[in-house]
Design a protein around this ligand. Structure first.
Ligand SMILES: N[C@@H](CCC(=O)N[C@@H](CS)C(=O)NCC(=O)O)C(=O)O
Length: 311
């Protein structure tokens, strides 16, 4: 019997992969939202669970699984519903999943995301409003992160090394996403990655005679989970029109459209759409537990009133 809890943030790229795996397997799990923009991932309790201070984290009872790839693997091996996400690597299909998964993982998506938010003219059709909101947060980000992490490193000596690693990687990351040439280079390299996806879809269509294939045929695998999050991120950044349209990579375009009909993808997208509500609830909770209690009673009363009046 598994007792799964996912610690995640709905807009986080790697969290979305873990969520997709759990939804694809029809897993029962508890949701724990970690507000990464507010620094909840640096909380000492969380850092003791994942010293990288990142989402996602999956727990199964006392077992802690970090790193989205490992989470997908764990879910696939331990949840015995839904179909297999990672076919046996000794089989040809397993090898192909591993090849594509690795290729998609090589995309430096964090630099693409923050780079395009920072240099918005690189977006083709304009950022999603939520991505635009990240711009203001970028300015105060590095100094504030450094200040907060330094204070935490002083306060919690057992976690000092882990906090120091975070300070250094936040600094390196900032150097990277502020480097326009690097961001442009990564965006150019993405053309090759998507060319390979288009070639793969063409090959699968021809060889297997499947008209609407996922990356390795009719079944949706870990490689598709990786590609789904990448395509959604590209679209979020207003770059879909650069990389996949009916004219540019039509098979990839049709793949992207088809994703919208898949339940697991709809669930992940609904989670993103629900982020503003999460922030409101968090603000309310922080301001006063009584306000939340009163709101809950109010909502329950309104629901009861509606039920009674409908009868
Ligand atoms: N390699 C990790 C990367 C996880 C990661 O970068 N998570 C980001 C969100 S997408 C995060 O938690 N950022 C907050 C931070 O680093 O403080 C994985 O695959 O799980």
């Amino acid at each position: 019997m598994s007792d799964l809890t996912l610690y995640y943030f709905p807009a986080s790229y790697y969290s979305q992969r873990a969520l997709l795996a759990l939804y694809e397997k029809n897993a029962k799990f508890k949701h724990k939202v970690v507000f990464i923009h507010s620094g909840d991932q640096n909380d000492p309790t969380y850092m003791r669970m994942n010293p990288a201070g990142q989402v996602p984290v999956l727990t199964d009872g006392k077992k802690v699984i970090t790193e989205s790839d490992a989470v997908i693997r764990y879910v696939d091996e331990n949840v015995h519903t839904g179909s297999t996400l990672i076919p046996d690597e000794s089989s040809p299909v397993g090898k192909e999943v591993a090849r594509l998964w690795k290729l998609i993982n090589a995309v430096k998506v964090e630099i693409v995301t923050f780079g395009v938010v920072n240099f918005q003219d690189l977006s083709k059709s304009g950022l999603h409003p939520m991505a635009q909101g990240m711009k203001g947060f970028l300015g105060k980000r590095s100094d504030e992160i450094k200040k907060n992490l330094t204070a935490l490193a002083d306060k919690y000596p057992d976690l000092r090394d882990a906090y120091n690693v975070k300070i250094e990687s936040a600094f390196n990351f900032q150097q990277n996403y502020q480097n326009r040439e690097l961001v442009v280079q990564i965006l150019n390299d993405l053309e090759k990655t998507f060319d390979e996806m288009e070639r793969t879809l063409k090959k699968v269509t021809e060889e297997q005679g499947v008209s609407d294939p996922w990356l390795v045929g009719p079944r949706f695998t870990a490689a598709d989970i990786a590609l789904t999050t990448l395509l959604d991120r590209i679209s979020f950044l207003g770059l879909a029109e650069r990389y996949f349209t009916p004219e540019i990579r039509p098979l990839l375009y049709s793949y992207f459209k088809r994703l919208g009909t898949r339940k697991s993808v709809q669930q992940v997208r609904a989670g993103i759409a629900g982020i503003p509500r999460l922030f409101i609830l968090r603000k309310l909770k922080k301001s006063s537990p009584f306000v939340v209690g009163a709101l809950a009673v109010g909502i329950a009363a309104a629901v009861a009133y509606n039920i009674v009046n409908k009868k």
